[in-house]
Design a protein around this ligand. Structure first.
Ligand code: SAM
Ligand code: SF4
Length: 342
């Protein structure tokens, strides 16, 4: 089967859901595995998927390329930790053809940064321009505790390498009331001081983890109010079509984003869908609705069959999610963030 030709002049009509929202952004989780075990993301002893259940890199390319042919302009590769997947660079290098052809605007990556030092140059060569690196603290002991064993120096070396390779880096930090709340202003100052963007994320009730998430939940509305007691924050009108809202911080000269799935509803402008590493298409992060594209592919689907299955799934994209902090101690959806790809 030839890979889907996203640059064909006969490209099909855009992907529009039942509420008139055009889907232009696909997140692809390429593995459920990870070299870290962040406390809010995974349980300590995770059972990972058997290899046969996980899409091959060729299957991932084929599905992602079908989305590009349907008008998706932005692909984000995530996981689990994408850089632990064997040969993952060949996926980036393959998908880079859509950038060169002008069919795709952006190919990006969300990573924990532990292997960035090794791969930053090849990512840049493949056409990646911006990446997100998750980093919740600069303190080695706290980092080790939050990730259950990680080394923060590796992540910082990865960020250095990414910047040296010319990649724009945004740091994502999950705001945790007990663990890193007090350090966040320092983390923001550090990131802005190095010319990095910074986004804060509220904890989301995804999957069973050991911690009680109502204990860890920190409202970013409250955090923003605290930051405003010593910094000048100016709202920016820019959006990335995603859930982040941005401000400029006058004192640091940098940009700060807030992702507030629990306290702010951003569904009406949602342009995105997610593909898991097993080929399940989730059209909403907070709902169980899904379509099994692996079954479609492995039944020998033609490109047309694949497009039909994608359209059918997108057509029934739910109106909105169902996260509420009162219920956040129990997961709103059973799957872990590492399965869906945050
Ligand atoms: N391993 C990569 C990483 O950590 O960047 C990519 C996958 S990870 C699931 C993507 C993002 O989801 C990370 O920024 C992580 O902090 C965030 N995340 C994981 N579990 C979360 C949760 N329960 N609530 C909010 N964010 C979460
Ligand atoms: Fe791994 Fe990322 Fe989940 Fe942390 S947040 S356990 S780095 S997948």
């Amino acid at each position: 089967m030839t890979p889907y030709d996203a640059t064909s002049p006969k490209a099909p009509a855009a992907l529009v859901d039942g509420f008139g929202r055009t889907v232009t952004y696909l997140r692809v989780s390429v593995t459920d595995r990870c070299d870290l075990r962040c406390v809010y993301c995974m349980s300590e002893h995770m059972t990972f998927l058997p290899k046969a259940d996980v899409l091959t890199l060729e299957e991932l390319d084929r599905i992602a390329s079908a989305f590009v042919a349907l008008g998706v302009r932005k692909l984000r590769i995530t996981g689990g930790e994408p850089l632990v997947r064997k040969n993952v660079m060949s996926l980036f290098e393959g998908l880079g053809r859509h950038l060169r052809a002008g069919a795709l605007e952006e190919l990006t990556l969300t990573t924990n940064g532990t292997r960035l030092a090794q791969f930053a140059g090849r990512l840049a060569d493949a056409g990646v321009k911006r990446i997100n690196v998750s980093l919740d603290t600069l303190k080695p002991d706290l980092f080790r505790k939050l990730t259950r064993g990680g080394d923060v120096a590796q992540v910082i070396a990865g960020i250095d390498a990414a910047q040296a390779a010319g990649l724009a880096v945004k740091v994502n930090a999950v705001a945790l009331k007990d663990d890193n709340a007090a350090e966040l202003p320092e983390l923001i100052r550090w990131a802005h001081g190095r010319g990095l963007g910074m986004t804060l994320i509220e904890t989301m009730p995804m999957g069973e983890v050991e911690a009680d998430r109502t204990d860890q939940y920190l409202s970013l509305t409250a955090l923003r109010a605290e930051l405003e007691s010593f910094w000048t924050l100016t709202d920016l009108s820019v959006t990335t079509g995603g859930p982040a809202r941005y401000v400029d911080v006058a004192e640091t000269g940098g940009r700060l984003g807030f992702i507030t799935p629990l306290s702010h509803n951003f569904c009406e402008a949602c342009n995105r869908v997610r593909l898991t590493c097993t080929g399940t298409l989730h059209t909403c992060l907070g709902q169980e609705d899904s379509a099994d594209l692996r079954a479609v592919l492995r039944a020998g689907a033609s490109d047309e069959d694949l497009v039909d299955a994608i359209r059918l799934a997108v057509d029934s994209k739910p109106k909105g999610h169902d996260f509420h902090i009162e219920r956040a101690a129990r997961p709103a959806v059973a799957r872990h963030m590492s399965t869906t790809g945050g």
